[in-house]
Design a protein around this ligand. Structure first.
Ligand SMILES: NC(=O)c1ccc[n+]([C@@H]2O[C@H](COP(=O)([O-])OP(=O)(O)OC[C@H]3O[C@@H](n4cnc5c(N)ncnc54)[C@H](O)[C@@H]3O)[C@@H](O)[C@H]2O)c1
Ligand SMILES: [Zn+2]
Length: 670
């Protein structure tokens, strides 16, 4: 390659890799596979080796990929958090072993560990207590996410046992189990939120959240894999792993002390298949030289230790034929394309279907019925089509035109500017939407009507006893018809009606969530209910009033106003009101109500361990205080919790505004 051409290629690759790093680390929504990313990075490494004069000092080949954000406090790492050299080839491992052998002679051992596919975290403990949790960030500085880390149950707040150093740092990987991922991602999709591609992205997206109470709802876990400290009493990595286990840290049982590279390869071969039986994703095996002294001798490159390497498994993929593309309609009316495949064995299971996400994805892949496609099951649980084998495309295959009509009711589909999904607008006449809405309404997180399960709803819909949510509350007058149905004895009819009657006591926020307004998930419903207090206030709120609510963006606000603009929906709510459902927040009797805060102004910032922000706000107002929405000289007190933005802190300090804790606030009331 000529230097001119090399320069152009290097520039293009650099720009592309920087973008992918951003998608992966900051947005947690990568657009290419890890394998492709690694191939491109390797190409850049090779080019820079051939033309060293063209290497930029901030080339992605020299940097750890992540970034720090502005939303958390930045913390300097005491020991840099590096990346790991990686390879997909066994020959590279043998070369690695030869390099080590050359430097150390033959007397050394390796430790093999699973390469957990999550995000790395540095935890600092002081006198046996968790002091800090910091992300890798750019490798030298990271985000202080301590409050989020504290919600992870397997990370000890306080150590047990003895012998731990007064101060040390421990590194590990935060991840989400596959089962939790599948469940939570399905909920996201149901709420109209963008699903995450895999558990890693979900875990990483979660750790970036500002609201720790949200983080606490998402089950994360953490394996620890490296101990750092000054003058540690251990000579080897293996020994230290045993010690940290005894202090209460979770260390994977799948580790192996190896005498030579052949034993390492055995471990790698073993997990080639075993990895699919684990409850969490791994993307490879990490191989580390065991002795600390030898690690020191080997040292580091700019980006990774020379004493460790990771072997990555290629995502499993297989070719098969795309028989047809069909469309599914969800509860919200979103139409999802599904690829129906010639059944094929992949990663231990028979795959018949793959997701195609939306029209953009079909266009991107240019996938057509009759094509031969490459299907991948990597970290992801749901197989997906990664590309079309164009060499095998029969002549004259017509391009796929995304359906323009609903496969269930024939309505013309609509799409909002800027959104990926097409929707069937016929929400009161499209069977899967009608059924889905009722199922959502009776679901565990909404009205929780146990006795009216998903199957029963379908059965009653088919028997024309249910068409609409409000019909549920009319079932009590249809006992005779109910009793005639299959599998419906006197007792189950009684149960059914009783469950329905009981649901009338469900609080407003559950009813609101149950209505299934697009983008109004559980948390949003709670926020809206607390803010507007009753359905009429909410229904009459303007876009501006809606977006003024903390964490309600324009997308949600628009969806809410659209919902209430429809007469059908207003009629439904009127009917449900008459049926006796809760459409206002039950005013909690605030025992503390007084006028102790009269004439004083407050602003709340950050997160609190014992209180929700809304709760504090209610408390302040119930005691005569007034809330302000920004920091100005008019503000009397800033009630600050964890994770308060640094700019707010500075502004308050500059204006000399007293910063108080939630506990200080409580004592003002006593
Ligand atoms: N698809 C994309 O767009 C995209 C973009 C950027 C990066 N990536 C992927 O991420 C990789 C780079 O990420 P990276 O720099 O974090 O490297 P890496 O993930 O390949 O290896 C380093 C990381 O491994 C983790 N790890 C897991 N188990 C471990 C164990 N037992 N011991 C030590 N560390 C362990 C640690 O978090 C450590 O930071 C790339 O190779 C690529 O595959 C993909
Ligand atoms: Zn339809």
């Amino acid at each position: 390659m000529q230097i001119e051409e090399a320069k152009k290629t290097i520039e293009a690759l650099t720009a592309e890799l920087n973008q992918h790093n951003y998608n992966y680390y900051v947005l947690a929504h990568p657009t290419i596979s890890d394998y492709d990313f690694d191939q491109k990075l390797k190409q850049l490494v090779d080019l820079e080796r051939e033309f060293p004069e063209l290497q930029e000092p901030d080339s992605p080949t020299l940097k750890v990929g992540g970034e720090i954000t502005k939303t958390f406090k930045t913390v300097q790492h005491k020991y840099p958090m590096l990346s790991l050299g990686n390879t997909y080839s066994e020959q590279d491992l043998i070369d690695f072993d030869n390099r080590i052998r050359k430097a150390l002679g033959d007397d050394f051992e390796y430790v093999c560990e699973l390469k957990f596919d999550g995000l790395s975290m540095s935890l600092t403990y002081e006198n046996g207590k968790l002091a800090r949790g910091v992300t890798r960030g750019d490798g030298t500085k990271g985000d202080d996410v301590t409050t989020n880390v504290k919600t992870i149950k397997t990370i000890p707040h306080k150590l047990k046992g003895e012998g731990f150093p007064a101060e040390f740092e421990i590194r590990g990987e935060i991840f989400m189990h596959k089962a939790a991922f599948v469940k939570l991602n399905a909920e996201r999709e149901e709420n109209g939120e963008q699903p995450f591609a895999n558990p890693r992205n979900f875990a990483s997206g979660t750790m970036k959240m500002q609201d720790s109470t949200e983080v606490a709802k998402r089950p994360l876990d953490c394996f620890l894999y490296f101990l750092y400290g000054d003058n540690l009493p251990y000579k080897t990595h293996w020994e230290s792993l045993q010690a940290v286990k005894s202090w209460g840290f979770k260390v994977s049982e799948h580790i192996k002390l190896c005498k030579n590279i052949n034993e390492v390869l055995d471990f790698i071969h073993l997990f080639e298949d075993e990895r699919f039986k684990l409850s969490f994703d791994i993307d490879g095996i990490v191989i580390k030289v065991n002795s600390y002294a030898q690690q020191q001798e080997l040292g580091f490159t700019a980006k990774s230790p020379r004493w460790a390497i990771s072997y990555k498994y290629k995502a499993q993929e297989v070719e098969t034929k795309l028989l047809s593309i069909t469309y599914q309609v969800g509860r919200t009316g979103a139409v999802t394309p599904v690829a129906n495949l010639q059944p094929v064995l992949l990663a231990g299971t028979t795959v018949k279907r793959a997701t195609l996400h939306n029209a953009n994805e079909i266009e991107r892949l240019d996938v057509r019925e009759g094509d031969t496609v490459l299907v991948e099951k990597g970290g992801e649980i749901i197989p997906k089509i990664i590309k079309v084998n164009l060499d095998k495309r029969p002549n004259g295959l017509p391009p796929t035109l995304f359906t323009t009509t609903c496969p269930e009711c024939g309505s013309t589909l609509t799409r909002t500017e800027g959104e990926a999904a097409w929707y069937c607008p016929n929400d009161s006449g499209c069977p899967p939407q009608i059924i889905g809405k009722m199922q959502h309404f009776t679901g565990r997180k909404a009205m929780n009507i146990d006795s009216l399960g998903d199957e029963t709803i379908v059965q009653l819909y088919n028997a024309e006893l249910l068409h609409n949510i409000s019909d549920i509350y009319a079932l009590k007058d249809k006992r005779d018809q109910l009793r005639q149905m299959e599998r419906m004895g006197e007792k189950s009819v009684n149960n059914l009606i009783e469950g329905i009657e009981q649901s009338k006591q469900m609080p407003f926020e559950k009813v609101l969530f149950g209505l299934g307004i697009r983008y109004v998930g559980e948390t949003v419903a709670k926020k809206l209910a607390q803010h507007f207090k009753n359905i009429d206030n909410l229904a009459n709120a303007s876009l501006l009033e809606l977006t003024e609510v903390n964490e309600i963006g324009t997308r949600i606000a628009e969806s809410v106003t659209e919902y209430f603009a429809e007469n059908n929906h207003r009629l439904l709510i009127e009917q449900l009101k008459q049926d006796g459902l809760q459409f206002e927040v039950e005013e909690k009797e605030i025992v503390l109500a007084s006028n102790k805060l009269e004439g004083k102004t407050f602003l709340i910032s950050g997160v609190f361990e014992g209180f929700g922000r809304e709760e504090l706000k209610d408390l302040i107002e119930a005691n005569g205080g007034k809330m302000l929405s920004s920091i100005s000289s008019k503000l009397n007190f800033l009630v600050a919790g964890d994770n308060m933005g640094p700019s707010k802190l500075k502004k308050a300090t500059d204006l000399n505004i007293p910063i108080i804790s939630d506990k200080d606030l409580m004592s003002m009331l006593n």
